[in-house]
Design a protein around this ligand. Structure first.
Ligand SMILES: [Zn+2]
Length: 296
């Protein structure tokens, strides 16, 4: 077990227990979540050693999500996934000003995002730590993802955009990936990081039961200020922030399911809707945010 006795971001010893969160997905174990009073960073504590972490990913949800089309929920899921892929591409085009670009996706899971970009004529390579997910990406999406150590084989200043869609919060050594991203990005290249936002309406409502704490798989819980502080250390400047509209519904419904609510979808949809409406006026209320950084 790994224990932080000071803030992993700013080094302050002024850290306090915020919540005891439960791993609803795999183990049912509880993990303490701490907050740094100096920089506001929140992190999961007493986490499994990296070599033990795979055991906490032994769930179907982390490999395929659901690929069969049975049932209304799955149909909606597939529709939302397609919509999200196209809106991510629009975001990359707008932010980079490029019609086509070279992309490295770190933490590609089943490979849907790289496969989508390649299909649209972009150059995209993906890195994925899980052997099972790499295998699945080959079978399902006909894409060859690389293991993490292969990031060292990329040439300096060779890539236009690096993306991390809900993956940085899982990395044991986020700094290594940020350092590598800086090295392989061309001058003014973009680093795109999507993360859950614990300052959101749904997070504040559900407190320690909020599904996006997702302990012990989520090691780090960033807000706008702390992700800026982290990326600044590695030479990135924040350029813009986008909202991810569907995550509020998904996270809220999952939270209601974990709480064993009688009507989880309806309750989750209601909270998700309020979260989404409130995020239109105030970005900090958004369940998940996408941060666009530029190599400085
Ligand atoms: Zn701190």
């Amino acid at each position: 077990m790994l224990n932080h006795n000071k803030c992993p971001l700013c080094g302050s010893g002024d850290i306090i227990l915020l919540y005891e969160c439960t791993d609803y997905l795999v183990s049912g174990e509880k993990f303490p979540v701490y907050r740094c009073r100096s920089c506001t960073f929140i992190f999961t504590n007493n986490i499994p050693e990296e070599k033990e972490a795979a055991r906490y990913y032994q769930s179907e949800e982390y490999i395929s999500h659901s690929d069969n089309n049975n049932g209304l929920v799955n149909s909606i899921y597939q529709y939302v996934r397609r919509w999200m892929l196209s809106s991510k591409l629009r975001m990359l085009k707008k932010e980079s000003g490029l019609v086509k670009a070279s992309v490295l996706d770190i933490g590609s899971g089943s490979g849907y995002f790289p496969a989508y970009l390649i299909n649209k004529g972009w150059e995209c390579q993906g890195i994925e730590i899980s052997k099972e997910a790499r295998h699945y990406a080959g079978e399902r999406n006909n894409i060859g993802l690389k293991p993490p150590e292969d990031i060292n084989n990329f040439e300096n200043s060779s890539i236009d955009i690096v993306t991390m869609w809900h993956t940085l919060e899982h990395f044991y050594q986020p700094g290594e990936y940020l350092g590598s991203s800086y090295r392989i990005l061309r001058d003014k290249g973009l680093l795109v990081i999507a993360l859950p936002n614990h300052q959101s309406y749904d997070a504040r409502k559900y407190r320690e039961e909020w599904a996006a704490w997702d302990v012990p798989r989520h090691l780090w819980h960033h807000n706008i200020d702390t992700i800026k502080l982290l990326c600044d250390k590695y030479g990135f400047k924040l350029k813009s922030i986008y909202r991810l509209p569907f995550d509020a519904y998904y996270v809220s419904a999952l939270t209601e399911k974990n709480k064993k609510s009688s009507i989880p979808l309806i309750k989750g949809f209601t909270t998700g809707f309020i979260s989404w409406i409130s995020s239109i006026l105030i970005k900090r209320n958004t369940s998940s945010l996408v941060y666009i950084f530029r190599k400085d």
